[in-house]
Design a protein around this ligand. Sequence first.
Ligand code: SAM
Length: 238
Amino acid sequence: MTNAEYRNHTHYIAEGWSEEPKESFKELLGIVRAEAPSASSILDVGCATGELLGFLSSQLPSTKCSGVDVTDDLLIAARRNLPAAEFVNASALDLPERFTETFDLTCAIGCMSIFDETQIAAFWSNLFRVTRPGGLIVVLSPLNEFGIDAMIRHRKRPGGRAAQWETGWNVFSKETIDEIVEANGSSLQLKRFQIAIDLKPKDDPIRTWTIKTESRDRQLTNGLKLLVDHYFMIARKA
Ligand SMILES: C[S@@+](CC[C@H](N)C(=O)[O-])C[C@H]1O[C@@H](n2cnc3c(N)ncnc32)[C@H](O)[C@@H]1O
């Protein structure tokens, strides 16, 4: 099977940070205030240009912020945007040894669905390793509620030509993530993320937008023709 990589990151640089914090960031802040109010060190895995850390540090002053991503162009923009934070080029599947048991709060927003069935256990064990005992892990990603793990590769056809295969929309079942979190000595708490604003389709059909359905005013979907239901996955390191 052809290898599929995550490639859809250029809009983070082209568009810069949003004027209004993203809805998911605001909801994450609520979780942090409730579950980890005294967190003083935060790691954001898959941090792109540092937008989440920028938001969290504005709301939780005197927190020490670190971010990792695998794309240098994103990290260069992140360092410019938020000079007080540390940004490191590292994969979620191989976080630096020096991060072991360091962070009060470890987040990964919109990044878990990049990884497939051969990588997902390593993704979670890295998050657990870098979080200090008693610390909190919060992951936001689509989940499947029907007991199905769906590994999805897609490619675009710009100008009618087939581009390379991409990853980014794998959808794991709640049960699979539950098992992995339990294997790391913790238990999974789920909180459904219900977006509170309408999103319009963008030029890039991979990016999500909202549609009205019989059961929901705002169902997220995208050009892969997926119905996307995001969940916050919350786990405390033992
Ligand atoms: C959908 S974006 C989410 C960005 C940001 N967390 C947000 O919510 O706006 C996924 C991010 O994961 C990064 N990424 C891709 N592969 C990764 C890996 N192996 N380890 C860490 N980050 C990765 C991408 O470069 C991209 O910045």
